[in-house]
Design a binder for this molecule. Structure first.
Ligand code: ATP
Ligand code: MG
Length: 274
């Protein structure tokens, strides 16, 4: 199958459904109810960001979609499958650079394609690596090692590696949180452009309202613990988005609205603790 065919075969099987999720942790004998009947959906080919107060359970939700953590109640489904364990069809990008220091940039991108579940013939692997090196502007660094790269470049390698295996869905947990403001904006633009050409189902977690608006079709705002969905906001800004988009009246309005929602969610939490 050609790469274009692969990109075009996105179907309803790519939908992510969080269905009435409940989760608690026990710490020092105390029970902490983190999630309570938390439901939302990421449609096939859609980019959805999740924002919410710190500690409300965003990473926990992403870990459930990845199959690293199991819910106590409800289920996470990707297509027809209930997620019960990690699988290469779900690509994950973490905040910390999860690339292998002992492999070159090109080998890092190729890595997933050499694993049994995703193995591709050598010629095809080279094509995929070339394509993502180009897309991420990493061609001059193909034979460099991670320690020779800046933080932004390492995250580009991590993103290239996640896309390269042609996963059913992509799960990203604050992938740009460690970057300086300027690099972060450039990475958002790059990810937006990549999404326009690759059209994957993406669940993206961030603390930045601006980042969520810039990248997303919809933004899910979570409440404070025990966490459910407070509101789902349709962004409705046409693509392609550019640096100027951030100055548009619609963008500024959305930012104000989402910041308000986030602030009131955090205040609820402070109130609940008193
Ligand atoms: N393995 C664990 N054992 C005990 N408590 C946990 C565990 N994992 C998470 N928690 C608690 O569950 C809550 C939610 O954690 P989680 O990491 O999902 O939040 P988050 O929304 O991603 O936070 P942040 O915005 O700071 O990244 C937190 O109070 C955290 O302390
Ligand atoms: Mg987190």
């Amino acid at each position: 199958m050609t790469l274009t065919a692969a990109a075009n075969r996105r179907t309803a099987s790519d939908r992510i459904v969080f269905d009435e999720i409940g989760k608690h942790y026990v710490r020092a004998g105390d029970q902490l109810q983190v999630l309570d009947r938390c439901s939302f959906t990421v449609e096939p080919g859609e980019f959805v960001s999740v924002i919410g107060p710190s500690g409300c359970g965003k990473t926990t939700l992403l870990n459930m979609a990845a199959g690293f953590t199991a819910p106590d109640d409800g289920s996470v489904r990707v297509g027809d499958d209930v997620v019960t364990r990690p699988h290469p069809s779900r690509g994950v990008v973490f905040q910390q650079y999860a690339i292998f220091p002992w492999l070159t940039v090109a080998r890092n991108i190729e890595f997933g394609l050499t694993l049994r579940a995703n193995r591709r013939p050598r010629g095809e692997r080279k094509d995929v690596v070339r394509r993502y090196l180009e897309l991420m502007g990493l061609e001059p660094f193909a034979s460099a090692y991670p320690k020779e790269l800046s933080g932004g470049m390492r995250q580009r390698v991590a993103i290239a590696r996640a896309y390269a295996t042609d996963p059913q869905v992509l799960l990203m947990d604050e992938p740009f949180a460690a970057l300086d403001a300027q690099t972060r904006e450039r990475m958002q633009e790059l990810l937006h452009e990549t999404q326009l050409t690759e059209r994957r189902t993406v669940l993206f977690i961030t603390h930045s309202v601006e980042e969520a608006i810039f990248l997303s079709n919809r933004v899910v705002v979570l409440s404070a613990r025990p966490t459910g969905v407070r509101e789902v906001v349709d962004i409705g800004i046409p693509a392609p988005r550019s640096p100027e988009t951030r100055l548009s009246p619609r963008f500024v309005d959305l930012r104000r609205r989402l910041e308000g929602l986030l602030r009131s969610a955090s205040t609820d939490e402070a109130g609940a603790r008193r």
